[in-house]
Design a protein around this ligand. Structure first.
Ligand SMILES: [Zn+2]
Length: 102
């Protein structure tokens, strides 16, 4: 935990921007599973996470354009460095019909 990347100031800023953009764009569902997201922290919907389109371990960057909002369970189940190249490409286009490989 000593070198927690997600605790960095940069990541916190990125996370905030990504969530703000999602709200601005009217995103209300997880792009992966379609679950309603709790973007406003009201408890009405699934807890959210900000996810790298390309896993950090594969060269993904801490930049708002390289990240997206998903529900927490999708982000957790995806983990780091899993087989998500196709998902990453689709997410860039932000289309809700993302195909998930379970
Ligand atoms: Zn999800």
């Amino acid at each position: 935990m000593a070198s927690s990347r997600t605790g960095s100031a940069t990541w916190k800023r990125v996370r905030k921007v990504v969530i703000a953009r999602a709200i601005r764009d009217g995103l209300d569902k997880c792009p992966l599973c379609g679950t309603l997201l709790d973007l406003h922290g009201t408890g009405d919907g699934a807890p959210i996470d900000v996810d790298h389109l390309i896993p950090y371990s594969l060269g993904g960057q801490d930049h708002p354009d390289a990240c997206r909002v998903t529900c927490r369970s999708c982000n957790r189940s995806r983990g780091n460095g899993t087989r998500t190249r196709r998902g990453a490409v689709q997410a860039v286009r932000a289309e809700p019909r993302t195909i998930i490989e379970w």
